[in-house]
Design a protein. Structure first.
Length: 258
């Protein structure tokens, strides 16, 4: 099963820029929250909310769907190679967190036939509606759209073999709450995959708040309360890390703190 990604308009959006707007000098936070802080002065491409020293980026809205489906994306990001590197098996249940219009979900769906399933999670109903149209168009029957929230994936506990977030985690307004929720949705031994543009590489043509270093990803994901352990980093993509964590077989996590 193959499908064609059609570009109608290339948008100059928050995470597609080829030059960064100058980041303002950071000052003392205006208000502290339990795990987050808000700063008056911040990168104009971010929301002014910081988590573990990292500014959270603006979310790409529904207007960016065409950019997600651009014809050059396969060459730039090697999506097919990325999906193959996950070594999925027939019958796997895979969660595509921040699925958007379904480009990744449809690639994943092919790898887990005949009886596997993709749970396509997004917080924008317009994106999920567009995904459903594509699934009908290409006769893809093993993708289930799920409307999540800013703090919840709405996945059932211990129901997923692998959860993947492609270029979306850095935009989560509540990353701590989302990682708790996604970890709970993983089966024992299940995998969580972050695909993020490499902050370590100044030649990657993406705005800085839309990049993440491997060290920062590990810092956020390996907190003891989450029960996740780094497994490997797959170095095959031209611009992105593929960073893989595994949930412990036994839930020995300490109780989360506010």
């Amino acid at each position: 099963m193959r499908f064609v990604l059609v570009l109608t308009t290339v948008f100059s959006l928050c995470c597609s820029g080829f030059a960064d707007e100058p980041a303002a000098k950071q000052e003392q936070p205006t208000r502290k929250m339990s795990r987050y802080e808000l700063r008056r002065e911040h990168d104009p491409n971010g929301i002014g909310k910081f988590y573990m020293g990292r500014e959270i980026a603006h979310v790409m809205g529904f207007a960016g769907a065409d950019w997600l489906e651009r014809s050059s994306r396969e060459e730039e990001e090697r999506l097919t190679l990325m999906v193959r590197s996950l070594q999925l098996r027939p019958g796997n249940v895979v969660a595509d967190i921040g699925a958007g219009s379904g480009v990744i979900s449809m690639l994943l769906a092919e790898q887990i036939l005949p009886d596997g399933k993709v749970m396509a999670v997004d917080v924008q109903q317009e994106m999920l509606d567009r995904l459903e149209i594509y699934c009908k168009q290409y006769d893809i029957k093993n993708v289930e759209p799920i409307l999540g929230t800013q703090k919840r994936s709405c996945l059932k506990p211990a129901s997923v073999d692998l959860a993947i977030m492609v270029d979306v985690y850095h935009e989560f307004e509540f990353p701590w709450e989302m990682l708790q929720d996604i970890s709970a949705a993983l089966k024992p031994g299940g995998r969580l995959v972050f695909v993020e543009y490499r902050k370590e590489d100044p030649d990657v043509p993406i705005k800085e708040v839309h990049k993440m270093s491997q060290a920062q990803v590990r810092k956020e994901a390996e907190q003891p309360e989450l029960g996740l352990t780094w497994s490997e980093t797959i170095h095959i993509l031209p611009r992105q890390h593929v960073i893989v964590f595994r949930k412990s077989d036994a839930d020995t996590r300490p109780q989360p703190t506010p």
